[in-house]
Design a protein around this ligand. Sequence first.
Ligand code: C2E
Ligand code: CA
Ligand code: CA
Length: 591
Amino acid sequence: MFNFFKRRYKRIIADIEILNKVPMEIAIYDLQGRYQFVNEHYLPDRTMARAIIGKDDLYYFTVAGIYEECAGERKHQFERALAERKITRFTERLEYKNTGKVLYYKRFFQPMYSRNGKKITGMSVFGSNITAIILAQKELKYLAYHDKLTGLRNRDAFNEMLDQIILDAERDTNGRQIAILYLDLDNFKLVNDSLGHDIGDKLLKEVSERMEATLRKNDLNFRLGGDEFVCIAKGIASDYQAGIIAEKLIKSISSPYNIMGHHINYLSVSIGISLFPNDGDNRETLVKNADIAMYHAKKSGKDNYHFHSDTGRVKSDDRLKMEKNLRELIKSKQFDQQLKLVYQPIVEDIGDNKYKIIGFESLLRWNSSELGNIPPDIFIPIAEKHNLIQKIGDWVLQNSCIQYKRITDKYKIPLYISVNFSAKQLFSTIVVDKINALLKKLNIKPENLQLELTETSFLSSEPQVNQNLRTLQKMGIKIAIDDFGIGFASLVYLQKVPASTIKIDKSFTQKVNNSEQHQDLVKSIIEMGKNLNKNIIAEGVEKTEQVQFLKSHKCIKYQGYLFSKPLPIKEFEKILEKKTENHYEINLEAD
Ligand code: C2E
Ligand code: CA
Ligand code: CA
């Protein structure tokens, strides 16, 4: 008898030894959820292990210093296993009061049965610590949805979250809107190019911190890549409210930065806003529209915001009419009846308040018989879009050259003519020959013709464009980058493009009297241009202070209303007639 007990006791001891050594947490509850057994892995502190026998989880969680709420899930799973009479699996999260430490466990509840297998006599629980796995998963998820540099959410997160927000909003009919604010930093490339990528990265980090600090708790910020950010603001009552958010962002992001000793005061931001549901009922449309609005903000001088709803000022009806009218005009070949060129002088400071005319730019005017006068920045993009610009451009080039030839022969002054050219005109393989033939026919030296193309034209993916530009440059024709600063080309890239002249966009020139910030920016553009060995012309000069500023930074070529508005040929000739040794005289003091 004694031997039997000894053997049985030994077996129990051996079983417990095994249970203790299993590298897994094991415990046994009775049907009321009171501990009957816990192994060493479950509770290495054996005194505490003995103390919890006969007690429930609430007691255990209290003595172990785990938040009591964490016991809720376990209770629920315990009851489920009992009711369903089968094994249940779940992930448990335990948070410790003192340290704030959080651990994750994979747990199983396995009901224990009587010998005949009918009655449940207790509950065994098994658990393993999976904290490392969960944290790794969280980290992976974090990395997949966050931008490494700034810590903001990334494009994937934006796509997923916006889709979800739209879904939620469709169900919710409180009449509130969602604003998508699309941010693109102004002049960021200049920072990268002039101060290096390290400073650029630090700057992006600070921009994201400022965004986070500026916005309300419920607004979401994302970095889409490069210097593009987006903010989703929910519960917007009116456009006005979205405008206020944009203003706050502009104010905060456009304030000066001090990064590793570099004072940067010319960074600003252009924001485009689209609103759900008015500007689109799906992500793609909302994003596209916010992007278009952002581009308009850039075009209208940067450091600015623009609503998509304001973008379609030229209604699509009018666009259609314009397209139709332009087609008819081209078909009729009666360009002279509706198209006209005006000319604006380009001058150079030659000291003593004297400004010599060195060339002039021809600018197109369209007086449509049906629609009246239409500004070129409205109809030219339409002509470009529908491939009508080629024929119109031919007419412009030919007439500009004819007038140029006539004027220079008549007044005997060395001038050049500058003609706006659209990238689409350079798609053709015969454009170079056409220009060559025209110059030969009129006996104009190639170096007296300058073609103005916008920054984006140089970035055209059409290989023919670049090839043509290089051939034209080899022939001696001058190429200028128009509206410099507005586009998105990096200065490093511009170093490689075949252009000898930079025309600083009028929005920059006009801002130099606004703030020191803009002065620094224009100064940097001039310096960069000089470093790239480019000839620099400031456009849109309207005030003498602008000239003074530009001059003090060695930019001495100008174009703008201060000298002359674009004029019809007769009036332009009057200026040339009044010339004293080919120059204007403008008294800066008296202005
Ligand atoms: P752009 O090439 O930048 O031309 C300069 C524009 O600035 C002209 O507007 C001119 O009138 C205006 N401007 C000149 N000085 C000042 C100033 O001091 N202050 C202000 N506020 N503005 C000044 P415009 O003539 O309305 O032309 C607008 C744009 O249309 C041009 O910008 C150019 O991109 C395009 N364009 C004009 N003619 C042609 C053309 O024949 N072919 C092509 N492809 N584009 C053209
Ligand atoms: Ca131009
Ligand atoms: Ca321009």
